[in-house]
Ligand binder design. Structure first.
Ligand code: SF4
Ligand code: SF4
Length: 318
């Protein structure tokens, strides 16, 4: 597997508002582009209930590590709407058939995305939803290589290649590049972690929420993109209190984790509020971000780890 990630970040942001329109097309920033990117997370028997694109599933240990590092405000849950004709694998909450194990709704925990001014694939700067840890200037990951770097990100798109599934790199190539420009070698890495989905993932990356009655109103807010900090903390607690191979949740650990999630006040949360306000006044996802606030001031002045830039990794050719 060999990748060319410079100027891409396709797997770290929601580039669907750019559709297949190329940089030379002036309509990109006028809102006229027609999204043509297939929504791979919302087809089949189990479909993501929320609208986030390319959620990074975290392991239970990664959830705990983010909490312990003060990043409880970065974690978001994902439930799945069930379209499987099997009532034993779903529970009805807020009018949604939520995928479940018995009565326990199944969920993942991933990293929050919010609007940032970015310029992927050679485009002019636009507002797009991006991972909390994406440096909008360099399009590099602020936790790359450190203890918090998610295993899913570090091995992407190895699992897709292993399963012979389309990769985000190829979706980007199809819409904004040339074949082989991003995914330059398709060999499957030998050290892939266990799959994030399937029965073996229970308690490790797929969690079971113990009390569906707690989720009345919560599921509707998640679906509408209006979840509260308290809503998210419920799931973060249940994930942190889980154990591999088991549906049961340790309530002491869950309560401790809920508190950390409720109290978190990282640079991510504070920067997100400023980004959201600026994006809204600019016109939302896909709108021009030429007049966006300075990313250094919004993120690094609040404590975001810097990224090295691509020249530092590969040299500037001079
Ligand atoms: S953690 Fe880093 S690599 Fe993973 S999605 Fe976020 S910015 Fe991208
Ligand atoms: S989509 Fe592929 S090429 Fe682009 S940043 Fe992600 S891994 Fe790299």
């Amino acid at each position: 597997m060999e990748l060319n990630c410079e100027g891409c970040a396709g797997c770290c942001l929601d580039w669907r508002p750019l559709g297949g329109v190329h940089a030379s097309d002036a309509s990109v920033n006028s809102g006229d582009s027609s999204p043509v990117v297939p929504d791979h997370e919302r087809r089949g028997r189990y479909r993501a209930l929320d609208a986030t694109y390319n959620l990074v599933p975290l392991t239970r240990d990664e959830v705990r590590a983010f909490l312990d590092s003060g990043y409880g405000d970065v974690l978001v849950p994902r439930l799945f709407e069930s379209f499987a004709d099997d009532p034993g694998r779903a529970v009805t909450v807020d009018g949604h058939e939520v995928a479940a194990m018995g009565e326990r709704p199944l969920f993942l925990v991933g990293l929050r995305k919010h609007p940032k001014p970015v310029a992927p694939f050679g485009h002019d700067p636009v507002w797009l939803d991006a991972c909390a840890f994406l440096d909008p200037e360099t399009l590099q990951c602020r936790v790359h290589g450190d203890d918090l770097y998610p295993e899913t990100c570090g091995t992407y798109p190895g699992r897709n290649l292993d399963l012979d599934r389309e990769t985000e790199c190829e979706r980007v190539e199809a819409a904004h590049g040339d074949p082989g420009e991003r995914l330059q070698d398709r060999s499957v890495p030998e050290d892939l972690p266990p799959p994030a989905f399937g029965p073996q993932a229970l308690g490790s990356t797929v969690f079971a929420y113990p009390e569906p009655d707690d989720l009345r109103g919560v599921v509707a807010r998640l679906e509408a993109g209006e979840s509260t900090r308290e809503d998210r903390a419920l799931f973060v607690g249940a994930a942190a209190g889980s154990a591999p191979g088991m549906a049961e949740v340790n309530e002491d650990r869950a309560e401790e984790a809920r508190e950390l999630a409720r109290d978190a006040d990282s640079w991510v949360g504070r920067a997100a509020s400023e980004w959201a306000a600026a994006a809204e006044s600019a016109g939302g996802p896909g709108a021009s971000a030429e007049d966006a606030p300075d990313p250094y001031r919004v993120e690094e002045d609040r404590g975001a780890p810097p990224t090295p830039g691509w020249d530092a990794l590969y040299g500037d050719g001079s």
